[in-house]
Write a protein of this length. Sequence first.
Length: 383
Amino acid sequence: MDDAERRSILWVLYVTIFLTSTGLGTTTFLLPVYAETLGASYTDLGLIGAVGNVIYTALTLVSGYLLDRFEKVTLYLVFTGTGMVTMALFAFVSTIPQIMILRGLLGLASGTFWVAASTLTAQISPREELTQSLARYNLAWISGFTVGPYVGGLVSSAYGYDLFFYSQAGLIAVSIVLVFTRMRSRIELLNVSSHERATLSELLPLSLAYITLIPFTLVLGIYMAIIPGHMKVVGLSASIIGLLLTITNGTRGLVFLNIQRLVTWGTWKSMLTASLFMGASMFLVRTGNNALTFGVPLIFYGIGSGIMTPVAMDFISKRTPERLLGTAMGVHEAIYGIGMCFGPLIGGAIADSYSAFTLYTILVGVAFLIIPFAYLMTREPKP
């Protein structure tokens, strides 16, 4: 297959990633807001996030293994279908235990989808265009995260959460049609000859890169599972919360546009800058009590995470043999799952036992832990 055909298929893939990530991401962001309307405490919000991310972590490893052994586009279709079913089922829940159960299914859908999407992007892309392809991949899903929360907040405020959940299922249904009609018949991705030779030990040179992600994902877990509910607690409406999340994710997207410059500037300097912005974000969010005082720290968070996410992925993908891309991306997403599990679980308990102010103060230090690990990571010889 020539490079022009690969680029054509990639554009279809980006559209499906946008649609599916809009459904999955918007639901993930607004679920704490919905749970708070049902009386959820900070501990409940932490447990809801933790349940989903435990399953997310397990499924990222499983899906990475499967992607290196079976046809990837077919698996991508199946994983996307799981997301659609999950969105529709959310319309039938009305209690905290029910939300926890379906949050686990959402973790399954998200874990399998994102590993498959990143793996397909890396394998379909012409190798010399990998950084650019990953930048577009990141722009595709962050665009969904940007548009979704604000529109979702408006829909849920005006028409209720049932219609909101059905609308997210409808978006993913369109994605399924595109995968089936515009991708599945044009390309087949299967590693046939190297299944027995693929082992996790081959990823050991990337250990420091994965460890560097852990502090970042702990903060990310709080951002996704606790902060939206906290904003609801202090009196912000669902539409305002959605707007703030849209601004944050839009900021991340603008930073994603500069991935080539960030990579050229240097991984170490980029990650140092990301750490400082996220630390400042957690420091400022401690006193948030209205749209403005939440908005500024969330923009800072958007800048920091907008740097961290694509730079880390670029670093890992360029140091991974093609036959191990599925496994490497599976481990990459599993690290996200681990951080996003323990972050909300521990953070929710801290916020309930002490205060949200105390939680965010601790997170300032957690964000700064990125600095020593990133320094060591970038001093390692290239695998």
